[in-house]
Unconditional design. Structure first.
Length: 164
C-alpha cells in the first residue's frame, strides 16, 4: 500500500481537472511499470493505492515519476515553476490476506472517512464504485466487512470537496 501527501498538505489537486490528471497518470504509470492496482483513492492533498507487481522494486521509480509529472502539471497551471508539490510517500508491503483486505476496505472508504461523500462509490476519484459494480458479490462483502479503524496509515489530512 502506498500513501503520499503534498507539501504542507496543500490542496494542489483541488479541481476535477487536476484530480482527473492525477488519477489518469497513476493508472497509466502503474500499467507502464507493471503494477496492477487493486484499490486507489485520489484527493486534493494526498492519495492511497494498493497494488501488486512481479517487480516490486519498480515502485520507487513509479512514485517518483508520478510525483514529477503531476507536480509539473499543477505548477504549469499555476505558473509556479519549480514549486515543491509532493512531500513524501509511505509504502507498506502487504503479505497477510487480512491485512490486504483491511487496506482495500480502507482505501475504498477513505472519501467517507474524510466526510466528502456518504457512500464511497459516489466519490469519482476512487475505485470503490468500480469495485462495487464489478467484484463478485462474495468478495465485495468480504472486503467491506473488514475493520479498518485500527490501521496505522498516515492520513492526517483535512480534505474538502474539490471545486468543479
Amino acid at each position: 500500500m502506498v500513501t503520499a501527501g503534498t507539501y504542507q498538505k496543500v490542496a494542489f489537486f483541488d479541481s476535477a481537472e487536476r484530480l482527473n490528471y492525477l488519477a489518469t497518470a497513476l493508472a497509466e504509470l502503474a500499467r507502464q511499470y507493471g503494477w496492477r492496482l487493486h484499490a486507489w483513492a485520489i484527493f486534493p492533498n494526498h492519495y492511497h493505492f494498493v497494488g501488486d507487481s512481479q517487480e516490486p522494486a519498480t515502485l520507487k521509480r513509479l512514485v517518483q515519476y508520478l510525483h514529477s509529472v503531476s507536480a509539473k502539471f499543477v505548477n504549469r497551471l499555476d505558473a509556479a515553476a519549480g514549486r515543491t508539490v509532493w512531500f513524501q510517500y509511505w509504502d507498506t508491503r502487504l503479505t497477510y490476506q487480512k491485512s490486504i483486505a483491511a487496506r482495500l476496505n480502507y482505501v475504498h472508504r477513505n472519501a467517507v472517512k474524510h466526510g466528502l461523500v456518504a457512500h464511497a462509490e459516489d466519490y469519482p476519484w476512487c475505485s470503490a464504485g468500480w469495485f462495487r459494480q464489478n467484484a463478485p458479490r462474495s468478495l465485495f462483502n468480504t472486503i467491506t466487512s473488514f475493520p479498518d479503524d485500527g490501521l496505522a496509515i498516515p492520513d492526517e489530512y483535512s480534505v474538502e470537496m474539490p471545486r468543479k
